[in-house]
Design a protein around this ligand. Structure first.
Ligand SMILES: C[S@@+](CC[C@H](N)C(=O)[O-])C[C@H]1O[C@@H](n2cnc3c(N)ncnc32)[C@H](O)[C@@H]1O
Length: 160
């Protein structure tokens, strides 16, 4: 799916403070930066320094901006309750302690903020939808939307 379709599902909009964890080289980040616009902020954090360097190059080429940094999903360098939308696309399955990552998303999201997750079938780290729902429920998230097809799924949750 084009990046814009996924960001529509996650509700990324102008003026939002958006956190993308595990952007890799930035397939979603350029469109996300355009969407939040001059009144919003996009923060992109990845565990791998070389991914962040590639991402910075692609953002510069596209003439869009984001705050970027190397960080672990389980220990975000962000204060509490500041994010409108946090999303992870084919990332959570790579995190050895996904429950700790979800607790971090809950900590940094504003009350009522959105957590967006995407998983692609065939990914060696694919998380089954049922397992993901259980983990997010245990972390205190409330399911809002889900789109599931043969290629995988996207799902959103509200932070209470
Ligand atoms: C399969 S790639 C997905 C990239 C991008 N989200 C996409 O869908 O095009 C997974 C990314 O998650 C990052 N990642 C894995 N574990 C992470 C962690 N614990 N904290 C932050 N990023 C992580 C990897 O470095 C990699 O860039």
């Amino acid at each position: 799916m084009p990046a814009g379709g996924t960001l529509d599902r996650f509700g990324v909009a102008g003026g939002d403070v958006v956190l993308e964890v595990g952007p890799g080289p930035g397939y979603y980040s350029i469109e996300a930066s355009r969407r939040v616009g001059p009144d919003g902020r996009l923060i992109c954090l990845d565990l791998q320094r070389d991914m962040i360097e590639q991402l910075r190059g692609r953002l510069a080429e596209a003439d869009v901006s984001a705050e970027t940094g190397v960080a672990n999903a389980t220990r975000l360098p962000l204060t509490d309750d500041r994010i409108d939308v946090a999303y992870l696309i084919t990332v959570l399955g790579e995190v050895p302690d996904p429950e700790a990552a979800l607790a971090e998303m809950r900590r940094v999201l504003k009350p009522g903020g959105t957590l967006g997750l995407g998983e692609t079938m065939g990914d060696p780290d694919y998380i089954r939808l049922g397992k993901l729902r259980e983990m997010c429920g245990r972390a205190g998230f409330v399911e809002a939307t889900c789109h599931h097809d043969v290629l995988g799924y996207t799902i959103t949750f509200r932070s209470p």
